[in-house]
Unconditional design. Sequence first.
Length: 262
Amino acid sequence: MAEEADDLPVLACPHCGQAFHRVPHGVICPSGHAFDQAKEGYFNLLPGGRLPSSSTSGDTAESLQARRRFLHADWYQPIAQALRNALGTHVGPILDVGCGEGWYLSQLESPQKFGLDISKRAVQMASKLIPNAQFIVGTAHRLPILNESCDAVFTVFAPHSHSEYLRVLRPGGRWVTVTPGPQHLHEMRPKKDPSIEERERRRSEPPQESQQAERVTFSLSLSIDAAHDLFSMTPLRWQTAADAAPVTSVTADVWVSWGTSL
Ligand SMILES: C[S@@+](CC[C@H](N)C(=O)[O-])C[C@H]1O[C@@H](n2cnc3c(N)ncnc32)[C@H](O)[C@@H]1O
Ligand SMILES: [Zn+2]
C-alpha cells in the first residue's frame, strides 16, 4: 500500500497532473506513472526523463560553476533583497522556476522551498546547497506542480509562463519575476550589435503582465576573477568574440515585477 506523499504537497505527475504517493524508491501517481528519487533527493519529472540535446539550456559545468562563484560572492545581493521584498513572507510552498544552482532560493526565509530547472546538473548542485528544499528537474512551460498549491512562485533570468504561474498559485498567491532592464550589463555587450536598440526599447518597460514593478539599478566594481565569472555565466559569452577582455565596471539593471493571483 502506497503512503500519501504528505511531504510533497506540490508535486504533480507530468503525464496526468495527479498528486503522487510515496513508494520505497520514489513516487507513483494513481495512474501508475512512477518516478525514482535521486540520491541527492530531487525528482526528474521531465516527461520521458530527458530532453534532446538541442533543447537543453546550453549551461555547461563551467558556466554553472562561474554562476555559483559569482552569486555566492554576493555581487547580486541588491537583486536578492528586491526579490525578498516583492515576495513578502509565506509559510506555504514557494517555488523557484529556473532555479539554476539555487542561490536565490538560499537567500529566502521560507519553511517550504521548491526549485525547478530543466538542467539536471543545476538541480544536483542546488540539492546539495539546500538539503531541506525539494528540487525537481522539469520544464517551466508545463510545471509538474499541482493546481493552486503554491503560496508564491518566482523566476530570476529564466524562462517562465504566466499562465502556469496562475495555475499553480493558490488564490491570493504572489508571483515575481526578475528580468533584464535596458542597461543591464551594457558595458559587456558588443558595441556593434544591430539588435541593441530594439532590445533596449523592449526592456525599457516591465513585463506587460506585471501589476507592480521596481527597477533596480546599481554599479559593480568587479575583481578580474568576478568579471570573468559574470561573463561566463551570461548569454553574453555567446555574443562576444572569445578574446574580448571582460570589463570590471558594469551596470546591473533589472526589473523586479510582481502580481497576485485572484
Ligand atoms: C540564466 S540561468 C538563471 C538561473 C538562476 N535563476 C539564477 O539567476 O542564478 C537560466 C536557467 O534557466 C534554466 N532553463 C532554461 N530553460 C528552461 C525551461 N524550459 N524550464 C526550466 N528551466 C529552464 C536553465 O537551465 C538555467 O538554469
Ligand atoms: Zn500520472
